[in-house]
Design a protein around this ligand. Sequence first.
Ligand code: M6R
Length: 614
Amino acid sequence: MCGIVGFIGNQQAYPILIKGLKRLEYRGYDSSGVSMIENQEFNQYKCKGKVADLEALVSGKDISGTIGIGHTRWATHGVPNDVNAHPHLSGDGNLSLIHNGIIENYATLKEALMEQGHVFKSDTDTEVLVHFIEDIMSKTGSDLFEAVRVALCEVVGAYAIVVMDRRHPNRLVCAKKSSPLVIGIGAEGDYFIASDATPFIEYTKNVVYLEDEEVALIDRQSGLKIVTIQNQQKDPYIHELELKLEAIEKGGYDSFMLKEIHEQPRSIHDSIRGRLNLNHGMLKMSGIDRHEEIWMNANRIIIVACGTSWHAGLVAEYLFEEFARIPTEVEYASEFRYRDPIIQQGDIVIAISQSGETADTLAAIELAKEKGAFIFGVCNVVGSTISRATHSGAYTHAGPEIGVASTKAFTAQVAVLYLIALSVADKRGTLSKERLHRLMAELSTIPDKVEEVLKTNDLVESIAAIYKDHRNALYLGRGYSFPVALEGALKLKEISYIHAEGYPAAEMKHGPIALIDEEMPVFVIATQGHSYEKVVSNIQEVKARKGKIIAIVTAGDKTVSELADHSIEIPKTDDSLVPIVSVIPLQLLSYHVAVMRGCNVDQPRNLAKSVTVE
Ligand code: M6R
């Protein structure tokens, strides 16, 4: 969602801000803006559209200043247009502010401010906040740092903000609650602020993650000072980042999505490396080992997540129940948080999130924590809010995922959840040693099997060409392949805008079968294994109604291949590992269809990479 960049230091701010905004484009946005201070005046520009439109707008204009802020806006309050774009100015024109999040009580604040004569130009909650800060400054005589702190005590909602005062170009103030904000400490008095570290990775690896309800002052003379909104002084804790610049570049691919699909052999390998010791038949999951007692006594697992991460959670449900024999439920985080869920002794809540910033997942964690649950996180972004909010966890090592459509994060999540399930099963003695070692050995072959599947790219592209103009698609799977059907459908709809539905194959006859005719492509995960014969029957049912079958089959399969209109072979593996391998052709298919339809695969319309609002 909205992207934030700020800079104060000894260089010109604009080039840093604009490059930073480009790096944050992946988050999803519809307008952008920058503001720099020079000679105690703002050089401020903003417009609807892409960062490239902003660059065109500022061309030939004064962009000087060694302090500045930049923003990409994903519209919440008010349509995407030039006026609603950030930064927003205070009524007196002295303050300029950017914001990510939603101020829930903005209407009440706005009404009170209007009664006092404030006039608003935009429809945004953000403009209300900057007027509110101005109001506090003028009434109390406090400086910007103090006024922001006081204002935020009154604010209900989520925010990451950066604000500056044109009369004091030596200071930048930022704060956050439930939306991410990271401060980079560069050389020789340069400071960077951003929604994540990607905008300033080439300048510094030293970062401070701001915590919820903390306000930071960055002063050219005195450096960084942090207080809570309750005015308690905090010592900044400096983390060292491992992120490399290459990881956030396209590396010769046409899109991040394609690059990330192809990175999967490596990202799965990185996610299991060091955790799987085949020579000694041992699993090392330190987040599990440290809390062995809790896992040994677990009565129930509740998985909370959204989107693709929720699909990974569905795979994990099967894994935990089959291997560790722990009853498992998978919940949409957004639903879990808005009822009164029953948490009992022995419940473990697993939160899965690529970004580690998803607002609904974070809120579900907070709720489960309040109710006394032990929370285990599976996140990809090191140091992210969710990874810090959980009691323990395991990182996926997929590397930065920039494409909005999640690909390598999904397979890494399933791989890590697989290790967790095996490790817990090992501790609880619910799997025989022989089966455990067989599954461990099979898991270690998965990166190579994924590499093998990537070779189907040309075949998948030719199938994409046949179905690219269809308006609907069905995805079917059973058992471990049901979540893959959901994931395949999500991939197609989110980047190609074709309506697609995923179903458990057996459910088809309870409704969706009415949709089947010669115009309906049906993608079926029909690998040999537990419910193979049943899936074959489901395929027959589709064929009898003239539906088109595109089947993902086990290498060498004859039965399905003869029935299907097209079949894509994947190497044989255990049922429980099929999701990691079978999802690959579905990712490739969505990619090719979207490209052929002229869609922007990395930044699909209306979508954001990290959904930091509820
Ligand atoms: O960062 P998270 O894993 O918490 O994100 C959850 C969803 O927003 C995300 O998986 C979304 O569904 C993807 N765009 C799917 O490709």
